[in-house]
Design a protein around this ligand. Structure first.
Ligand code: SIN
Ligand code: FE2
Length: 217
């Protein structure tokens, strides 16, 4: 029997996919908001520009960062921590747009984590060649709260590992508009992003922007 093209599967499935217990990929979850998110990021970085932070060990990170919300994640020779003010300006971080918090809450709920109300949004900018080594997100007060990560621009490969740095990692391709949520049993799993490949994205050009929502305090 002939199959009707009309009823073929869409090329990219929007079905949520479990990465491991407690971690979900929500393909395209942020697509409807992409332009609004990018416009908001542009506004935020005029007040709190992207900067390359130093690790406590003295290395310069290849990913440039900024923040919005009540708290921002920072790193320097004194360590990793959340700060209410941008160390560059001494001013509070730009406010988190309502659309950011709504999106993050909806994504968390879609992954099974109700009532997520982020107070911090780390904004990561990757240019080709930038990467983020395997790490755990453990500077937040309450590990019962999930992490919500929104990808925009160039595609990247997300690595999702175990509770030990040496554990095997899964490679998860992340496209523009994809959201990953991890919490519960997956909250302290190691994760990272492989070196960004060169490319051109219709909205962001030669860049990947990642928004990572946390409940810091
Ligand atoms: C992070 O772990 O903070 C960033 C993840 C990403 O860029 O996808
Ligand atoms: Fe992280």
């Amino acid at each position: 029997m002939q199959t009707l093209a009309l009823f073929d599967e869409p090329e990219v499935s929007r079905e949520p996919k479990q990465i491991v217990d407690g971690a979900m990929l929500l393909p395209g979850f942020a697509l409807g908001l992409d332009r609004e998110l990018i416009t908001a990021v542009e506004r935020i970085i005029t007040a709190a520009p992207f900067r390359h932070l130093q690790t406590p060990g003295g290395q310069t990170m290849s990913v440039a960062m900024s923040n919005c919300g009540a708290y921002g994640w920072v790193s320097d020779r004194r360590g990793y921590r959340y700060e209410a003010c941008d160390p560059l300006s001494g001013q509070p971080w730009p406010e988190m747009p309502a659309s950011f918090a709504t999106l993050a809450g909806a994504a968390a709920a879609a992954a099974g984590f109700d009532d997520f109300a982020p107070d911090a949004c780390l904004i990561n900018r990757y240019l080709p060649g930038a990467k983020m080594s395997l790490h755990q997100d453990r500077d937040e007060r309450d590990f019962a709260e999930p992490i919500v990560s929104v990808s925009l621009g160039l595609p990247a490969v997300f690595q999702f590992g175990g509770l030990s740095r040496k554990d095997v990692v899964q490679c998860v391709p992340l496209m523009h508009g994809d959201v990953v949520v991890w919490g519960g049993a997956a909250r302290l799993r190691f994760h990272g992003v492989l070196t960004l490949k060169a490319g051109q994205h219709a909205l962001l050009g030669e860049r990947r922007i990642n928004l990572t929502f946390r409940r810091a305090r």
